[in-house]
Design a protein around this ligand. Structure first.
Ligand SMILES: *Cc1c(COP(=O)(O)O)cnc(C)c1O
Length: 359
C-alpha cells in the first residue's frame, strides 16, 4: 500500500472525450512517431498463425540476433517483456531487505524506485548536478557496503542528459565489489549522437562487471509489443534466468524484434527526424528566452519559469499532451517527446500561445 501505481501519460481518447476535441496529439511517452519498422509488422503477420504454440522460452533466435549484433555470446543476453521487466528481476535477484541498497540519480527513471520498494531495500537518490546530469562523484560517494545495485540511465529519463566515457569509467572503477552497475541505455540509439558517448558493450567485453539494458520500445518503435534486453556477465544472466517467467517474451514480440533489429533504414530515419525535432524546439525556446535541457534522447525538457503543471494543463486544452515536470521531479519544466514534423509544428504553436497567455 505504500507504493504509488505507475502514472502513464494521459490517454488521447480521454482528452478527446473530456474536452470535446477531435485533433489531439500525444508527445508524452517517448514512443516512435513514425511507427514501427514495416519489416517488424510483416514478421508479426507471418508469426500470427503460430500463436497457438508457446513461445521459445529461451528466445534462442532473438538472443542469437542480439548477440551477433553486439559481438557477445548468447549466454550474455537475456530478453524481457520490455526492459522494465528486467529492472524488476534485477531487484529480485540483488535486493532483499534493508541490509541492501539501490543507488540512483534524482530525478531518474521511476521504475528503479519501485524495484527497491518491492524488495524492502534502502533507496538512495543522488541529486543530479546543475545541468541535470548524473553527478558521478556524488553517486560514488553515496555508495555503502550495503549497495547492491547502482542505476545509471544514460541518456537519462526524464532529462535526456548523457554521462560521457570518462564519467562512466570512473563509476565502473569505483563500484563497490558487492554491487552491480546497471547502465540503462533505453535511449542508446539517440545517445550515440553525443560526441563522447561510452561504448558500454566494449567495456563489458573488457571484463567490466556491468549490466547493460536496451529496449525495442523507443527508437525501434515496438513499445506496444514489449521487448527489452540485457547484456551482462553470464553469472548475472544465469541468476535472472532462474527467476524469469519462462514465456516472458511472446511469439509475436520475438519475431518483431528480430526483424526490427535488422532494419537500419527505419532506425536512421527515426534518429534523423528526432534530431531535427530537438533542434526546432531548442531554436524556438531560445527565441522565446526559455532554457532547455541538453538532450540526447527522443524528448526534451523545457524550463517554463512557472509551474510545469500549469503549462501542461493549458496545452491539454489545446489538444497537445506532454508530461508535466511536476510528477518528474522538475516542477517548472515540461517534458516533450519529439513527434513528426507536423506534430512539432502543432506543439510549438500551442506552446507559444500558452506561454503568451499565462505570462
Ligand atoms: C522507457 C524506458 C525503459 C523501459 O522501456 P520498456 O518499454 O520496458 O523496454 C527503461 N528505462 C528507461 C530509462 C526508459 O525511459
Amino acid at each position: 500500500m505504500g507504493m504509488r501505481p505507475y502514472s502513464p501519460g494521459k490517454p488521447i481518447d480521454e482528452v478527446k472525450r473530456e474536452l470535446g476535441l477531435s485533433d489531439v496529439i500525444k508527445l508524452a511517452s517517448n514512443e516512435n512517431p513514425i511507427g514501427p519498422s514495416p519489416k517488424a509488422v510483416e514478421a508479426i503477420k507471418q508469426a500470427a498463425s503460430g500463436i497457438n504454440i508457446y513461445p521459445d522460452a529461451a528466445a534462442h533466435d532473438l538472443r542469437e540476433a542480439i548477440a551477433k549484433k553486439h559481438g557477445v555470446s548468447p549466454d550474455q543476453v537475456v530478453v524481457g517483456n520490455g526492459s522494465d521487466e528486467l529492472i524488476h528481476y534485477l531487484g529480485l535477484v540483488l535486493l532483499e531487505g534493508d541490509e541492501t541498497e539501490l543507488v540512483m540519480g534524482d530525478p531518474s527513471f521511476v521504475r528503479y524506485i519501485a524495484s527497491a520498494q518491492l524488495s524492502d531495500a534502502r533507496l538512495t537518490k543522488v541529486p543530479l548536478d546543475n545541468t541535470w546530469t548524473h553527478d558521478i562523484p556524488a553517486m560514488i560517494g553515496a555508495c555503502t557496503d550495503k549497495t547492491r545495485l547502482i542505476y545509471l540511465a544514460n541518456p537519462n529519463n526524464p532529462t535526456g542528459t548523457v554521462v560521457g566515457k570518462t564519467g562512466v569509467e570512473q563509476l565502473i572503477d569505483d563500484t563497490p565489489e558487492d554491487a552491480l552497475l546497471v547502465l540503462d541505455e533505453a535511449y542508446y540509439e539517440f545517445g550515440t549522437e553525443h560526441p563522447d558517448f561510452p561504448d558500454s558493450v566494449e567495456l563489458l567485453k573488457q571484463g567490466k562487471p556491468i549490466c547493460i539494458l536496451r529496449t525495442l520500445s523507443k527508437a525501434y518503435g515496438l513499445a506496444g509489443i514489449r521487448v527489452g534486453y540485457g547484456i551482462a556477465p553470464v553469472e548475472v544472466i544465469d541468476a535472472i534466468n532462474r527467476i524469469r517467467e519462462p514465456f516472458n517474451v511472446n511469439v509475436l514480440a520475438q519475431a518483431a524484434a528480430i526483424a526490427a533489429l535488422d532494419d537500419q533504414e527505419h532506425l536512421d530515419h527515426t534518429v534523423r527526424l528526432n534530431r531535427e525535432g530537438i533542434t526546432r524546439v531548442e531554436e524556438k525556446c531560445r527565441a522565446m528566452g526559455l532554457k532547455t535541457v541538453q538532450s540526447y534522447a527522443n524528448f526534451i525538457c523545457i524550463d517554463c519559469n512557472r509551474p510545469g503543471e500549469e503549462v501542461f494543463n493549458e496545452l491539454v486544452k489545446r489538444g497537445v499532451i506532454v508530461r508535466s515536470g511536476h510528477v518528474l521531479g522538475m516542477p517548472t519544466h515540461i517534458r516533450v517527446t519529439i513527434g513528426t514534423e507536423n506534430e512539432m509544428t502543432q506543439f510549438l504553436n500551442a506552446f507559444e500561445t500558452v506561454m503568451a497567455v499565462t505570462a
